[in-house]
Write a protein that binds this ligand. Structure first.
Ligand SMILES: Cc1ncc(C[n+]2csc(CCOP(=O)(O)OP(=O)(O)O)c2C)c(N)n1
Ligand SMILES: [Mg+2]
Length: 283
């Protein structure tokens, strides 16, 4: 289904694919500052998803602050809602709300709460209780398909999140309803809250499961925004087959002493650690 020409004109931003990784580095810097300043948040999870969100919000999504009320806009649902800081950082950078809000993250009168709500411009669904966002996205994609709207729906889940059975009901219905307009991206960092997924409750063989559930299943380096953007460009959104992208990521990506260390799921950097991390993220 073709988009209305006028709609493309008003929403498509043109950040060249070759600049997305540099953009992602900037987003990481913002995440670090937000969490250190607020003394709360989920740094490992937000650094894990940064490149995926950068690809989506700076390249893929046909969406802008001006077109949030257009029923034909693309939709994005952050099902791993605990990683709200990554979403807030890209939304602020894209102009959905003033960047100054990031300085007030977690303050009582600021809409930027630890789990995102639709009180925040650009946030489509309230998430944070894991296992719900995917079903919401399936509903959005089904509604769009029935209304013959050209919008596409993208949802990002964690990998530990897939231990929630509700995801598999959503997956089953996506194929049944032939939701080619739906793309399910899995932030496959191998860790969950306090330890590895493998040792907690394994989800492998993931690719076989996704294929068995009827998904066009792809792999990508999820910590390379340029690769993610190129992959999403190449999918067939009109073909009636839902898409699943296993995005291989590293929790805490970009900061050497946070990478793959489960403790950084919850830990808040000291000022000194933040400074050290920012030094690793210079362009
Ligand atoms: C229903 C539900 N159960 C438990 C939690 C607590 N919790 C927050 S993050 C998390 C781990 C999620 O791991 P994963 O989905 O792999 O995301 P990652 O942080 O690795 O990106 C858990 C169990 C929650 N938010 N919702
Ligand atoms: Mg994980």
């Amino acid at each position: 289904m073709q988009l209305k020409e006028q709609f493309v004109d008003c929403t498509r931003i043109d950040v060249p694919i070759g600049q997305l990784n540099a953009q992602a580095r900037e987003i990481r810097r913002k995440i670090l500052k937000m969490i250190t300043h607020a003394r709360g948040g989920h740094i490992g999870a937000s650094l894990s998803e940064t490149d995926i969100l950068t690809a989506l919000f700076f390249h893929t999504l046909r969406l802008s602050p001006e077109t949030m009320a257009d029923p034909d806009r693309d939709r994005f649902v952050l099902s791993k809602g605990h990683a709200s800081e990554g979403l807030y950082a890209v939304l602020a950078e894209r102009g959905f709300f003033p960047k100054a809000w990031l300085d007030n993250y977690l303050k009582a009168d600021c809409p930027l709460t630890i789990h995102p709500t639709n009180q925040v411009p650009g946030v489509e669904a309230n998430t944070g209780a894991l296992g719900h966002g995917f079903s919401i996205a399936v509903g959005m994609a089904l509604g769009a398909k029935k209304a013959r709207r050209p919008c596409r729906v993208f949802v990002l889940t964690g990998d530990g999140e897939l231990q929630e059975g509700s995801n598999w009901e959503a997956a089953m219905s996506a194929a049944h309803f032939k939701l080619g307009n739906l793309t399910w991206i899995i932030d496959n960092n191998g860790l969950q809250l306090v330890s590895s997924i493998k040792d907690t409750m394994g989800i492998e063989p993931l690719e076989d499961k996704l294929r068995a559930f009827g998904f066009d299943t792809r792999h990508v380096d999820g910590n390379n925004a340029e690769n993610v953007a190129a992959l999403l460009d190449a999918l067939d959104y009109d073909g009636g087959v839902p898409h699943a992208v296993i995005a291989k990521t590293v929790k805490g990506n970009g900061v050497s002493f946070m990478e793959n260390v489960p403790e950084w799921h919850h830990r808040i950097p000291t000022e000194e650690e933040c400074k050290k991390a920012l030094q690793e993220l210079v362009s």
